[in-house]
Design a protein around this ligand. Structure first.
Ligand code: SF4
Length: 350
């Protein structure tokens, strides 16, 4: 059955395939931290610090980086689970900041999130069928239609409705619970799905099944994904574009083949070289990334990566690099002085 037939306008493609589904402009979120001792000075964690990106319709943008880099905060800002300090978002040509009341409700139905903790995401007192049908019923779908939709969605995510519909979350495996979470998200007929470490807690074989399911659903329903993960193998598999974050900022973004085959930023290169390879012919030869990320309350001046970067030069300590396209690769952008011919970095290519 078609989902939410009465709500077709809510989920309508407004700008055509060439218009990005989501554009994020200069998004910032600073969290205040408690002042120490007698200091009256307010200090802030720079969780997301001037992030710009867009996601084309039907594409998957993978977001990677060490924990604390701002990837999950970015996802929560996009989902409007928290308000940014500044910045703006455009969803299929319409400014999200102008959404109020009904329009904001519609935006939230167009965008659903699936989290890492499949158990905590589900109400332990609701059966699988009640969980999936709950949202559509709250939005006015008649019970009979919501129940039919629930059975369809359960079947689609690979769970036999008669076998699983009456079960409670504690009676399911982690993989089954995550399938329920996906079915519940799909019940709103979203256009954008944010998957925040959604397969991280699953063992490898179940992870592969859920990833394949996500790929099939994306093609069937023209979904767009924001896929947040610390697992670079998984991001490589599922993403069309990849965005690498470090200390609240984007350091490299581009098509998946460019990032995995021709990365330019020393941080991306270090992340990728730290991934274990199954192929003995491709053993790691360079040193993994050094030390821990600096304190996000006082990010280093200049390039935020300079105290861990093996290629840091004098300019890196004083001047922050801007995100710039790599030569002849307009979609591949890097924030590193090595990529900026005017920076004065000694390793800039002539
Ligand atoms: Fe390293 Fe300098 Fe590039 Fe930063 S700007 S990543 S410190 S080379």
């Amino acid at each position: 059955m078609s989902i939410h037939p009465q709500d077709a306008a809510v989920h309508q493609d407004r700008g055509g395939p060439r218009q990005a589904l989501l554009e994020v402009r200069d998004l910032k979120k600073y969290f205040p931290v408690r002042a120490e001792g007698f200091s009256a000075q307010r200090r802030y964690v720079h969780a997301v610090d001037g992030v710009n990106f867009s996601v084309a319709k039907g594409q998957t943008l993978g977001i990677v980086g060490e924990s604390g880099c701002g990837k999950s905060t970015t996802a929560r800002l996009v989902a409007k689970l928290m308000e940014p300090d500044s910045g703006s978002m455009v969803f299929d040509g319409e400014g999200v900041e102008e959404f109020r009341g009904i329009a904001l409700k519609d935006f939230r139905r167009n965008l659903q999130m699936v989290f890492q903790d499949s158990f905590a995401s589900l109400n332990p007192r609701m059966t699988v069928a009640q969980t999936i049908a709950f949202g559509p019923k709250v939005h006015g779908m008649p019970d009979a239609d919501a129940n039919t939709l629930t059975r369809d969605l359960l079947s689609r995510v690979g769970m036999e409705p008669d076998q699983f519909g009456a079960r409670y979350p504690h009676e399911l495996s982690g993989g089954q619970r995550q399938r329920v979470n996906i079915a519940r998200a799909l019940a709103f007929d979203p256009r954008l799905l944010i998957l925040d470490e959604a397969v991280a807690a699953l063992d490898k074989s179940v992870q592969a099944q859920v990833l394949n399911l996500l790929q099939e659903l994306k093609a069937e329903r023209q979904l767009t994904y924001l896929f947040i993960s610390h697992d670079l193998h998984v991001v490589h598999y599922i993403s069309d574009q990849v965005m690498v974050m470090y200390l609240g900022q984007i350091v490299e973004i581009g098509p998946v083949d460019r990032i995995y085959g021709h990365s330019v930023h020393p941080y991306t290169q270090a992340l990728l070289s730290a991934v274990p390879s199954m192929d003995p012919a491709h053993r790691t030869t360079s040193a993994p990334i050094l030390g821990d990320p600096p304190n996000p309350i006082n990010p280093p001046a200049g390039c935020r990566f300079h105290d861990r970067c093996p290629r840091a030069a004098a300019v890196c300590l004083s001047s922050a690099p801007s995100l710039m396209a790599v030569a002849n690769q307009p979609e591949h952008q890097v924030a590193c002085h090595i990529n900026d011919p005017a920076s004065g970095h000694p390793e800039v290519s002539p």
